[in-house]
Ligand binder design. Structure first.
Ligand SMILES: [Zn+2]
Length: 363
């Protein structure tokens, strides 16, 4: 198959050779025109999610026109929705070929969902077309693989020896518990490159703990895998923006209320390349607040990612823990109508409580 290089040798077992930048946006193909400039201005990579090959090609063309060197992965999302695929049964070489044809350095597999404790499905996905290189195996996992079975998962990943991209299923943020975050930290220490895709607040934590790349969802439906539910699924969550001082996405209506009641707090200021030190109120007042929130949220997180990665690798975990603790206390500054203060995202507490103490340095 053309475009495939020689078998991989991971000089640094945590990294994906010739891939980056490591901070990426997980976005629908329709968002490619507004994502494209950010790949250049703010070093944001792109994970484009669509099952339609024509839409995928159009999105890649939009991004490559703005930035020929942009890091792009294509997510077929076959693991989601009522008719989702399970394990390796839905995987196709056509999806890999498409990504090679459009010049991707790495191709993401179109894996199906891997249910809790389903070792057969996990192994089938990890062993699919195992002779291919330059492939990242997508692992859309039930969260129990991190909370209960991470040791079995680590054994399988180590045996397979292939780069993998975790995507996690949960009704809310999958990484909102200490068990899930502790499991993730253990998996990130595997001797293969591990990516965390389609995620939320925790993408920066994953980077700090050695993820080869991460992608944050540009809308809440793309910040985790939703379990199959009986409702019609027509609910569209209102737009949200990332608040850097809180390390969390908040709905725009809630940000507006917070700023109105607490206008003098520094927590609203953002020094990303889009906001340039302004208060986030400009996003609420913008004629197209959703696009403004999209651009600011990615620029702000890319900047935080660069700040984290500027630290030596052995210090990044404790640096992220400190950032989470500061973000937790920043919530206590914001007073609601009831007089109570804002509640921090549970993921912040999960990271603070599960981050291991840094190893003592030898004299
Ligand atoms: Zn900003």
């Amino acid at each position: 198959m053309s475009g495939i290089e020689e078998a991989l040798i991971f000089d640094d077992p945590g990294q994906l050779p010739n891939f980056g930048p490591p901070f990426m946006a997980h976005a629908p193909a329709s968002s490619a025109p507004i994502l494209a400039p950010l790949t250049r201005s703010d070093d944001v990579g792109a994970v484009i999610t669509t099952r339609n090959q024509a839409d995928a090609k159009r999105a890649v063309r939009d991004i490559r026109q703005a930035n020929p060197r942009a890091a792009i992965l294509l997510d077929a999302s076959r693991y989601s929705g009522k008719n989702r695929g399970i394990g390796a049964r839905c995987m196709t070489s056509g999806w890999i070929n498409l990504q090679i044809k459009i010049g991707s350095r790495w191709a993401l597999t179109d894996s199906g969902y891997i249910p809790a404790s389903d070792l057969t499905a996990l192994r089938a996905v990890l062993r699919w077309e195992s002779e291919l290189t330059q492939v990242v195996t997508a692992l859309p996992l039930a969260i129990q693989w991190l909370t209960l079975d991470h040791e079995a998962l680590i054994a399988e990943l180590t045996a397979a020896g292939r780069p993998v991209a975790l995507m996690l299923e949960s009704e809310g943020d999958p990484l909102a518990t200490k068990a899930a975050v502790s499991g993730l930290i253990a998996v990130l220490r595997c001797p293969v490159p591990v990516l965390l895709l389609r995620s939320d607040t925790s993408v920066l934590g994953a980077l700090a703990h050695g993820a080869a790349a991460v992608s944050v969802g540009t809308k809440s439906a793309l910040r985790h895998i939703y379990p199959i539910v009986d409702t019609d699924g027509g609910f569209q969550p209102p737009p949200a923006a990332y608040v850097p001082a809180l390390l969390s996405y908040k709905r725009l209506s809630i940000i507006e209320d917070g700023i109105t009641r607490n206008p003098d707090l520094d927590v609203w200021k953002c020094d990303c390349s889009v906001c340039m030190g302004r208060s986030l109120i400009w996003i609420v007042n913008h004629p197209d607040p959703e696009t403004a929130a999209f651009e600011h949220s990615l620029a702000a997180q890319s900047k935080l990612a660069k700040t984290l990665l500027a630290h030596p690798s052995e210090l990044r975990g404790s640096q992220w823990k400190t950032m989470c603790a500061v973000a937790q206390s920043n919530h206590e500054l914001i007073v609601r109508k009831s007089g109570r203060t804002w509640d921090p995202a549970k993921a912040l507490k999960a990271w603070v409580s599960s981050t291991p103490h840094p190893q003592a340095s030898t004299p």
